[in-house]
Design a binder for this molecule. Structure first.
Ligand code: SER
Length: 600
């Protein structure tokens, strides 16, 4: 089965079960300041899991682009990726455990769909936790026993069904607060023999490599409060997710995701440029890292991110720089990132047309960043030479960490350089420095997440409504060539990118500000109607995102002033917004300006 067939079958299966297909959201969360990237299929659906009605109803299915960089150091093994596609289906207060489990099993094992051997499927459930006030998920156990019984398998607990604690079988929330719940996971027995790495008796979560997790059904019936309590949600939801690449690896009986057709052309290109082969074990990791990172980079750029030292841009920069370094490790000295990205674009553009639309931009951004970093590498090499000429035999961990931190030299390159000169490096001390640094950045990350979605929601909702007022005001003051090119909202400010090829004058900025404040004072009502995208466009609503044509969408109107296609949420009346102030106006990219603004 090819990736394309798998995507189609999945959506078809759930459409047949009454689900509506929704498009993948942009990789940059529109209104979630607690995360840099969309990391799962449920992520764009949080407001609906919390109870807001979705315009397409209560059963949804999608293939969502996801970025997860927490395990970036593991990329290069057989299953870790920074970009992946997640297949998912949702019940928003509609069906619950029985249907979710039965359908998952049907899709996995029925020959009409994936046709996996039921004998090779093992499952896990939540064992309960007295502190959380949640008991063992006996309901799911009973449903699984029924399901297995139908195919002649006696599913005993401890043999086919396994109960695990919250570390394994509880999902979410994404931030500190929000929807979460117990889950049931499905595993596939690859038939590999257990290597006893994790104790005597092998089991689904043993992690020896024999069992691979293939699907996660989350029963999202709780909302975690800022006090850490799990209170029942008004509606019982189902949120399921399977990683396309891993599923494909199982279906095709491959040893790693890099051996599926999704990576064939990309790896072939890297082999061609470097003259090194994926089959040569000493080069395999570097080739895989480049393939993964440039695939992610192409998708991230297509969704409007540029390399920078902040937020999404810094993640993109890291992906490109790591690719370049590993490229040097393979002996590549010429520009190559753009060439590899062209293959990514060609392979994926049918499914993700945004890659085709931004083809030139993606290649241009990669070449520019690569050129910039090539210089950094050279400066780093000079620093290295200086260090080496000053010292004779030893380089401290602090000094090598300085090279890592300042010039982006990975330890393995520093070690290689040292080896050539027969110099010793204090690797332990390097590790200590590294750990200290990791801890500091983790604390930073924890802080970032500590607000949680719910805490920020009021401030971000207001800024979101202000963004609509801003866009319409810009169009009235500057002209209708102004289109939204990007939006990012935190609890403190809005950031709005729009098409405009020159700087705004002081006077224009004052005019726009005054117009937004006028509309706030008028206390206009904000409301929405659900229509098809075609109807929305006919009515003249602004719509700048990649919604599919047949999708039903929400059109938000603010008095008679603004009309935009948007998922919401918004305030009910503009009078709630307070006073609007433009803090900064600057260039964001060629032909795109950026405004930062606040409400007080
Ligand atoms: N939210 C769950 C996951 O990411 C299921 O979609 O695994």
């Amino acid at each position: 089965m090819t990736a394309d067939e798998l995507r189609k079958k999945y959506l078809q299966f759930f459409v047949e079960k009454g689900h509506q297909e929704i498009s993948s959201a942009n990789l940059v969360p529109e209104n979630d300041p607690t995360a840099l990237f969309i990391n799962s299929g449920m992520h764009p659906l949080v407001p609906y899991l919390l109870g807001q009605p979705h315009p397409l109803g209560k059963r949804l299915t999608s293939i969502q682009k996801c970025i997860r960089t927490a395990d970036i150091e593991e990329v290069g093994d057989s299953v870790h990726l920074t970009f992946f596609e997640m297949l998912g289906n949702w019940s928003l207060g509609d069906y619950f455990k029985k249907e979710a489990i039965n359908w998952s099993f049907e899709f996995l094992t029925n020959p009409k769909w994936l046709g996996l051997d039921p004998q090779k499927i093992y499952v896990s459930v939540f064992e309960g936790d007295p502190e959380m006030g949640v008991v063992l998920d006996e309901e799911s156990i009973a449903i699984w026993q029924e399901v297995f019984k139908k195919v002649g398998i006696k599913a005993q607990v401890g043999e086919r069904i396994f109960a695990y604690p919250k570390e394994k079988n509880w999902w979410g929330p994404a931030g500190q607060t929000g929807p979460s719940g117990p889950d049931t996971e499905m595993f596939y027995d690859t038939g590999k023999s257990h290597n006893l790495r994790f104790g005597k008796k092998c089991h689904p979560n043993c992690e020896c490599g024999k069992f691979v997790e293939i699907w996660n059904d989350v029963f999202m019936e709780f909302n975690k409060t800022p006090q850490g309590k799990f209170i029942p949600l008004p509606q019982k939801n189902v949120d399921t997710g399977l990683g396309l690449e891993r599923e494909l690896m199982i279906l095709q009986g491959k040893e790693s995701i890099y051996e599926t057709e999704l990576f064939q052309n990309i790896i072939f290109k890297i082999e061609e440029i470097s003259g090194k082969l994926h089959a040569q074990s000493q080069y395999q990791r570097a080739i895989r890292i480049i393939a993964d990172h440039l695939r992610s980079a192409a998708f991230i750029i297509a969704d409007g991110v540029l390399p920078s030292n902040k937020e999404q841009g810094s993640v993109l920069r890291r992906l490109i720089r790591r690719s370049l370094r590993f490229g040097r490790q393979l002996g590549i000295l010429e520009l190559f990132c753009g060439e590899v990205a062209k293959v990514v674009i060609a392979d994926y553009q049918k499914v993700y047309p945004e890659l085709e639309s931004y083809k030139e931009k993606i290649v241009e951004v990669l070449i520019e960043e690569e050129n910039k970093f090539a210089k950094t590498i050279d400066i780093g090499l000079r620093e290295w030479e200086k260090l080496v000429s000053k010292k004779s035999k030893n380089i401290s961990g602090k000094e090598s960490f300085y090279l890592y931190e300042t010039f982006g030299f990975p330890l393995e390159i520093i070690e290689e350089l040292a080896k050539e000169k027969k110099i010793k490096i204090d690797v332990n001390e390097f590790q200590e420095e590294y750990n200290k640094h990791q801890q500091a950045s983790r604390q930073g990350a924890a802080k970032r997440f500590s607000g949680g979605l719910a805490d920020h929601s009021e401030a971000t909702t207001k800024l979101h409504t202000a963004t609509h007022l801003l866009q319409q005001s810009l169009r009235l003051v500057l002209g209708t060539h102004v289109h939204q090119a990007g939006s990012n909202i935190t609890a403190e400010r809005l950031r709005f990118d729009f098409t405009q090829d020159r700087k705004l004058t002081e006077e224009e900025i004052k005019k726009v500000e005054a117009l937004v404040n006028e509309k706030i004072k008028e206390n206009l009502a904000v409301s929405f109607a659900v229509k098809t995208l075609a109807e929305a466009k006919k009515e003249g609503a602004l719509a700048f995102f990649g919604e599919k044509y047949q999708d039903k969408v929400k059109i938000y109107t603010i008095g008679s002033f603004s009309k935009e296609v948007c998922g919401g949420p918004h305030v009910d009346f503009t009078g709630h917004l307070g006073s609007f102030k433009i803090k900064k106006e600057e260039a964001a990219a060629s032909g795109v300006r950026r405004i930062y603004a606040t409400l007080n």
